[in-house]
Design a binder for this molecule. Structure first.
Ligand SMILES: *Cc1c(COP(=O)(O)O)cnc(C)c1O
Length: 347
């Protein structure tokens, strides 16, 4: 299926016809010493200059790190920009729809709703595993995107690789695999398949393992043709100069990221064990991410109690399949100790 996959056929007519805005920085990209083309203020360098709309240097560095061609990479203001642009490029409001596999990350549904695009929901199985045939069965000729999230938020498990590939191979639409938490996982993820599977889109982010949620940079890996449409639709300067600069500097120290991930994983295992020993905890789900989904008696009572102690976790107890669950991010050793001390007193 993927081999004869035609992305152009999935793209909205108005987007296919779009003549993108050409900024001053687009029209001239050589070297020069006097820039009088963009109505910038000549003072306050370097912040006075518009950033590179193509983010060329940063894309090359990230592409090298990930072992992919820079033409397969789109950079956005968080993964959220990529999610929104995919919907705007591929889904005709009122006609096309997308599919989410729930419970999952809320932004897919919010972006669909904002764009007036129907969302169809397929449930994960009771054990949070992916049922590929149920997803394929829900898709039809008006399905434009299937969103998968692996490791999944809030259930914390990785989805089965073969089940994801079964969907990618069977689908006549784009399949997004959101890998925001892949650096915490024992699974390799699907990034290496982007070249081969033309309908596969992989999302990654600097917000989690890289410790830069405040910087706002998301990565979207896909077929260059689809990247071209996303690039035509984005705001010209969607990634600002401070972000480009900070991420470029952080990329030079990948060891820092690896060190954080190691410490978080060690803390995750300790915290999981400690939580499981509390009398009111029914189940700590196995996690492939930097958070734990914990089923307990009286989750709302626990949530209110922790909040009163100044400790904030996420109440997921009203989410279907997550009844009774709180989602707890793994913190520092000290933060986790404060959490456990509070929970022992609650018990
Ligand atoms: C945290 C998270 C992201 C990250 O979003 P950004 O906009 O890049 O900060 C993406 N997907 C999922 C499932 C997440 O939980």
């Amino acid at each position: 299926m993927s081999k004869r996959f035609d992305i152009g056929k999935l793209v909205r007519e108005n987007i296919r016809q779009l003549v993108p805005y050409a900024s001053a920085r687009d029209e001239f990209s050589g070297t020069a010493s006097v820039f009088l083309d963009a109505n910038e203020n000549p003072f306050n360098a370097p912040l006075n200059r518009y950033p590179d709309p193509k983010q060329q240097h940063l894309k090359e560095e990230i592409a090298r790190l990930k072992g992919l061609d820079p033409a397969c990479l789109f950079l956005g203001n968080g993964s959220d920009e990529g999610i929104d642009l995919l919907i705007r490029v591929l889904c005709e409001p009122g006609r096309d729809h997308l599919i989410t596999v729930d419970p999952t990350y809320g932004m897919y549904g919010v972006c669909a709703a904002v764009n007036g695009v129907e969302r169809r929901s397929v449930q994960l199985r009771e054990d949070f595993s992916l049922d590929p045939e149920a997803v394929i069965g829900e898709a039809d000729s008006r399905t434009r995107i299937i969103f998968l999230c692996s490791p999944n938020n809030p259930t914390s498990n990785s989805l089965d690789r073969r089940a994801m590939l079964r969907i990618i191979d069977a689908a006549d639409c784009v399949v997004v695999v959101d890998e925001a938490y892949v650096d915490f996982s024992g699974e390799p993820g699907l990034l290496s398949m982007v070249r081969e599977k033309r309908n596969l889109v992989v999302l990654q982010t600097f917000s989690k393992a890289w410790g830069m949620a405040g910087v706002r940079l998301g990565m979207l890996f896909a077929d260059p043709e689809l990247i071209g449409y996303l690039t035509a639709v984005k705001y010209p300067y969607n990634v600002n100069a401070l972000t480009l600069d900070q991420v470029q500097r952080s990329l030079r120290e990948p060891a820092a990221m690896k060190g954080w991930v190691d410490r978080i994983l060690r803390q995750r295992d300790l915290l999981a064990g400690a939580l499981a020993s509390l009398p009111f905890v029914r189940r700590v789900y196995p996690s492939d991410a930097n958070f734990l989904l914990v089923r307990m008696e009286d989750p709302r009572g626990v949530y209110r109690y922790l909040t009163a102690q100044g400790i904030i976790v996420r109440d997921r107890s009203s989410v279907p399949l997550c009844e009774g669950c709180l989602r707890i991010t793994v913190g520092t050793e000290n933060e986790n100790r404060l959490l456990m001390n509070a929970l022992k007193k609650f018990a």
